[in-house]
Design a binder for this molecule. Structure first.
Ligand SMILES: [Zn+2]
Length: 165
């Protein structure tokens, strides 16, 4: 779970019960699909709506790096549950012939929550009501000034965690 900063809490209140995400803190765009969106996710369904991490290509290199560790027979000492789950899913599903694996998206996004402050990512939670139902859909959106660099650093954190013995 994200520990929101005071600013983010203010945004949570301010944007409660509207369906669009907060404006981008870097370019003020309001549709949730500008170049600074790292991830825009429906938390109820765990469905990614937009952002750089929506793109499978962004994960090709880290999957390759993880497959190399698996093939080395590496056994990491992992302290984070999300990282352990990401690793275990990859190990259990790894196909050495094709070099492919299943990707545990929920744990991957949980890892973004674990690291978002060190990555200088600005995260907001916003909501939309489900009409006729006494509940609302929860969305989290993450903005970064330089998303490609941020993803590279994020993936370094993951690989550093996996290389621990
Ligand atoms: Zn923007």
């Amino acid at each position: 779970m994200i520990n929101f900063s005071a600013d983010a809490d203010l945004h949570e209140w301010e944007y409660n019960y509207i369906t669009s995400p907060p404006p981008c803190p870097f370019c003020n765009e309001c549709a949730g699909d500008c170049v600074h969106v790292l991830l825009n996710i429906d938390k109820n369904a765990n469905v990614c709506l937009s952002g750089w991490l929506y793109d499978l290509k962004m994960k090709e290199k880290i999957k390759f790096d993880i497959s190399a560790l698996i093939q080395e027979g590496h056994t990491p000492a992992i302290s984070s549950k999300a990282l352990q789950d990401l690793w275990q899913t990859a190990v259990d599903s790894f196909d050495p012939v094709y070099g492919i694996m299943n990707w545990d998206y929920i744990s991957y996004y949980d890892l973004l929550d674990e690291h978002f402050k060190e990555l200088c990512v600005i995260a907001y939670r916003y909501f939309s009501p489900e009409w006729g139902l006494d509940k609302k859909t929860v969305y989290d959106i993450y903005f970064a000034e330089k998303p490609e660099e941020t993803i590279e650093t994020f993936h370094h954190y993951i690989m550093d965690g996996l290389k621990m013995h």
